[in-house]
Design a protein around this ligand. Sequence first.
Ligand code: AMP
Length: 306
Amino acid sequence: MSVIVIGSVAFDSVKTPFGEVEKAIGGSATYFAVAASYFSSVRLVGAVGEDFTDEHLRVFSGRPIDLSGLQRRPGQTFYWKGEYGFDLNQAHTLAVQLNVQENFQPELPSHYRSTDTVFLANTDPELQQLMLEQMDDHKFIACDSMNFWIENKPDQLKKVLRSVDMLLLNEAEARQLAEDPNLVKAAGKIMQLGPKHVIIKRGEYGALLFSPDSVFAAPAYPLEFIYDPTGAGDSFAGGVIGYLDSTGTFSEANLRQAIIFGSVMASYNVVSLERLASLSYPEIEERFWEFKKLSHFDGIESAPCQ
Ligand code: AMP
């Protein structure tokens, strides 16, 4: 079992009300790969610049992450600068420099071309499409995107969505893509674009899974300290997709379990990338069971209404 991912490998400068970091390792594919690698093997596709050294690559080392699809190209690595206010659910982009991501032509190594589970992490939808076109075989395709691509490449994104089984977006992006402020209606409209399942990420309020005949709501883990939410959406996706791939089953019941594993990984990510990268399996499992307790209640036979 393996997951293939295309996305950004980046340097991020992030400001929160609690502090600031300059040019830390980030990127949608980075966070995704680290989180998913606890569940399955990951084949990464992306590009970095000459400023991304072997020392930076150590974030992936010791994990089942295949980097033969990661190109080092002349120029600078993708750069994102963002800011969070006290509402840590919403990142405000201050700068994006595509750098080596611009004019990047992904070339899949031959052993990548048949991979069961595909994740199109947040990146240029044209790159997502180019990767799909090079694949010979796959079972399940999931995709993420953001306001930047919804605004700048809406047609290319909609083309990708026609092939996608599951889309993950945060709530503002879902409203924006569907042009509907109501999340239930927005999910329905997004399904009409292609995906059978839509996961709407709601930061500290959890996530909603919309499927053709049902809706499932998962909480987020109530944490007293959230230092930096950057990458939480990508590590959530890593937990969801990594778990699904490890079981090889994409049933509704399994999707629900997967969302809880996604929420577990996101809850560790908001501390730091280093914390995410240094987890033990018992820590993941323990928090999974805490999630079960968090939303458990005993049903009563009949509601005490007159
Ligand atoms: P999130 O999981 O939503 O917090 O994603 C944060 C990551 O997305 C950061 O590490 C950024 O490097 C990356 N990112 C931000 N903007 C873009 C973009 N336009 N394309 C690809 N990746 C991006």
